[in-house]
Structures are given as structure tokens and as C-alpha cells.
Design a protein around this ligand. Sequence first.
Ligand code: NDP
Length: 328
Amino acid sequence: TRTPVNVTVTGAAGQIGYALLFRIASGHLLGPDVPVKLRLLEIPQAVKAAEGTAMELDDCAFPLLKGIDIFDNPADGFAGANIALLVGARPRTAGMERGDLLSANGGIFKPQGEAINAGAADDIKVLVVGNPANTNALIAQQHAPDVPAERFTAMTRLDHNRAISQLAQKTGAAVGDIAKLTIWGNHSATQYPDIFHAEIAGKNAAETVNDEAWLADTFIPTVAKRGAAIIEARGASSAASAANAAIDHVHTWVNGTAAGDWTSMGVVSDGSYDVPAGLISSFPVTCKDGKWEIVQGLAVNEFSRGRIDASVRELAEERDAVRELGLI
Ligand code: NDP
């Protein structure tokens, strides 16, 4: 019998947490034969709600779920964690300046990075979902000097999945026929969904679409502003699709990308594609044996270059702002 994998989820009582935990427990995060133990981290006021979710998890009698523990402090929450999903964050509220948002999140992600450094398992893998995800991941990573930097990642898989869906609808292709799509940069409105290297049933996607106006004026803004469109329609932010993307991100990281395909992940730059080293930026990556690698050698045309640079510039500004605030 396999030793259960310890999965820590922060913000477990939130709406993404509610959509996420049941799928982790039913085997979708790691695979149908991998037992898991859940460690739910919440702020003290939300512990009671997390207990309610844990009662429902019990009531599902999931065969793979070997335990649920609930914590209100990061030291205990991350002790022994093999996988950590950092979902809880301080959302931007009306009138909040960027500096306020970054310092509020620094107060969350700095101690979490320290706790991961002190007590997580040696094979810890971290996914940051809570926004601003790339910069929150950078803050946590900077406070975990003993953990290899490549273990800290930020989620752009929801953008990736949204882009695949939009492209499938435009071309009438099946989503399963679309490969090699890339999200570059920040998980924000400046992100750049790139179809120039994407393939639809083996054929180049940009050539198949052959419509640069659609790319610039419809596709890119639709993907980038999808979150706002869902809030407008649903009256609440996207939660199930965000949880689904978190499941996809970790599943791909652990189990690998398919041959002839890649995925998008926010990862620590090594300077590839002129993204300054150290920034946590989204790239095309392949995964194998639990490790990711940035896809190298892609030609970047002028259309793409300007958009990648703009998003990376925003990431550098966020990094400079958290540096000035003394958060890293
Ligand atoms: P959600 O579960 O809806 O969202 C959680 C975070 O995910 C937010 O930062 C949100 O950012 C982000 N996010 C990323 N992608 C998406 C997406 N596509 N759609 C929506 N959100 C996305 O928030 P709730 O308010 O329901 O729950 C948050 C929970 O976190 C609360 O229970 C709170 O108590 C907890 N929390 C826990 C902390 C801890 O464990 N230390 C610290 C802070 C909060 P955005 O809204 O900006 O898009």
C-alpha cells in the first residue's frame, strides 16, 4: 500500500476550495491509485466553515482520502506537505491601491513561504492560485531559500484552458485536437495567449485561423477578460473552472505532458525568451518525472514580442513594488 500524499490547501473554506477539495479527494489531482491526506489551512474566522466542508468530505466516503486535518497557522498547515495549493489570498476591493494589495498579500505569502521552508516535505511542489498569483508565488519563493526555486509555480492553466476553448469554438475543432498553445507573462489582463505555435490536428493554428484582427481584437481580449465576463454573468467569480485548472496544473506537473504537446505554467525564469531571470512568468513548459522544463527555441514574431514584453514589464514592476515594500 502506498503512503498517502499530504496535500495542503489554503483558503480551503473559500469558493475555489469548495470546488477543489472534492476532486483532490476523489483522485483527480494525482491519479486514481494515489491515496491523499488533506491539510486545510484557513484564517481563524474561517476554520468553522472549513470544518463543515470536512464533514461533507467525510460523507463522500472517498476510498483514497486517508485523513483531513484543519489548521489556522502556516507552520502546522505545511508540516510534511508534499503538494501545496495556495488558494487563499487577499482580494482587491474597491478603492484599494496596488501597494495595499501587495502588502496585504505579502503578509500572507511571506509567512507561508517561511513555513514551507521550515516544515514541508523534501519533494514539496507549490502552486499559487491566489492573486496576484505570480507575485504571490515570488514572495513565497523568496522566503523559502532551502527549497529549490523551481518548486514554486503560479497558475496560468485557466487562461490556457480558456484559450483552447475559444480557439476550438472559432475553428470548429475538438479541444482534444488542439496542442502547443502558450500563455506568456502574468496572470492578469496583460497576459498573452499565443497561437502562433499552436496546432489544430497537427496543422498550424494561426495559419488555420488566418485572421490577425480576430486574434488582436477578439481572441486575446476574450481570454484576458474572461474572469470579468463570468462575474458579470454569474454574479460570482469563476470557481469551478479555476479549481479545475489547479487540478490540471498539478496533474500535468506530476504525471507529465503528452508527447507532442506542452502546457503553460508560471515558473521561475532562467532568462529564456528575454524574460529577466528570477521573475515568475508563464512559459510554454513540458513536464516529465515531476519536473518542468521551458520549451526552448521557439521563434517569437513581432506581434508576440511586444505583448510578451508588456506583460513581463508588469511582472517586473510588481517585483520592484514588493521589493520596495520590503516583502522580498
Ligand atoms: P475564491 O476561493 O473565489 O478565490 C481565492 C483566490 O483565488 C483569490 O485570490 C482569487 O483572486 C484567486 N483566483 C485565481 N484565479 C481565479 C479565478 N479564475 N476566479 C476566481 N478567483 C481566482 O475566494 P473566496 O473569497 O471564496 O475564498 C478565499 C478564502 O481564503 C477564504 O475562505 C479566506 O478565509 C481564505 N484565506 C485564507 C488565508 C490563509 O489560509 N492564510 C489567507 C487569506 C484568505 P481574485 O479574487 O483577485 O481574482
